[in-house]
Design a protein around this ligand. Sequence first.
Ligand SMILES: CC(=O)SCCNC(=O)CCNC(=O)[C@H](O)C(C)(C)COP(=O)(O)OP(=O)(O)OC[C@H]1O[C@@H](n2cnc3c(N)ncnc32)[C@H](O)[C@@H]1OP(=O)(O)O
Length: 417
Amino acid sequence: MSRPANIDVRPITEAEFPDWLRAVNTGFLREPVVGEAELAARRTQFEAGRYLAAFDGDRCVATFRSFAQEVTAVGGAPVAADAVTGVTVTATHRRRGLLTRMMNQDLAAAKERGDVVATLIAAEYPIYGRYGFGPAASTAEWVVDVPRTGLDRRWSGPADGGRIDLLEPEEVRKIGPELHERVRRGLPGAVSRDDWWWQLRTGAVRVEPKWTVPFFVAYRAPDGTVEGLAAYEVDDNWGDAKQPLDTATVRWLSAATPAAERALWHYLCSIDWVTQVKSGPRAPDDLLPLLLPDPRAARITTQSDWFWVRILDVVRALEARTYEGTGSLVLEVADRAGLTGGRYRLEASPQGSSCVPTTESAELSLDVAELATLWLGDESAVRLAALGRVREERAGAGRSADALLRTSRRPWCPDMF
Ligand SMILES: CC(=O)SCCNC(=O)CCNC(=O)[C@H](O)C(C)(C)COP(=O)(O)OP(=O)(O)OC[C@H]1O[C@@H](n2cnc3c(N)ncnc32)[C@H](O)[C@@H]1OP(=O)(O)O
């Protein structure tokens, strides 16, 4: 390998895109091959300047991509984000600072563009904290033992006058985007979806060799409005005793109302032959277990950090969200990358907020990564103080921060990107 100083880190040209895609596969330990159809589909995603790479001679040895995204802040406002994905350094070139060089370039560009935060889904917990990212929303998965739910298996459709319909993929492409716009406005931590998201999930573009068409269902409210959509697949398991023992696995389920959520889960737990339902990734405080007469029929199988945020602009990030309580707090925010550190006074109430630089004494000192962990309302400053990850400069400042920042429902990002 060349000395690190001789390795070029820069945005790729479109001609280098096939090499970049192969390097992504290599970095993620997948077959280092990209077929013509996949290449043609992925080319439609290419955006000059947002695909970074490291080159050792002619060989692409590291990849990094970012794209424009919106994240829903607490209260529903969309916030401009720099979404980071496709981060790889090939095994021959790891731990020589290539990720650090790509990340520094990208975050500086995002700051320059005026993005408020950067976001990512971390492959491993220890990678991104050093760059100022903090885990801001987590995820959970359940497996439901259908015969134990206590639900009436004779049920055939919502009792509220709404209905469940099976849909074709084209219909999902038509109605899904508008539904997602409604869902994400009401869900802090949710992110925008582009056409590509819908095309991939409905088979209009296929980049995964093993992709299969799932079942799609919609819940329509009594007035006909689509309030929920789900995609699920079912395996074919007849066991040894010629008993149907199928598992339905939910790929994604979006609900704009509790009625839609209730109806879709009831539907999924009442399909003949299906004795087990795997929820797929859900919010950590999802209603699912408590929608079942016997919540113990749902066993949690995954509980993990999921959506990571890097605050690039403390003032705009804190002013973009709403606050249920009233109060003020002086925060000393450390940012070793120098992007948004400083001392700020946050004044907040349900009527609005302001966040301004100040020279007053700090009440709470914390790294920008810990502020990201608090931003969507999921984590407790008191807990972080107990862990030594934030410092109370005034006794009780952690409780004051919690009273301002925490939320009644937990944030969640339904998407992998
Ligand atoms: C948003 C996404 O795309 S998530 C996907 C991330 N990609 C992967 O997990 C694929 C497999 N792994 C890789 O490709 C690489 O190991 C990467 C991208 C995680 C790291 O790239 P590298 O170039 O090796 O990182 P770099 O040398 O810049 O490391 C910087 C620091 O982070 C640390 N670090 C990097 N990766 C890890 C890790 N996986 N676990 C723990 N520490 C790590 C390094 O030890 C180094 O620490 P130091 O500054 O104290 O010495």
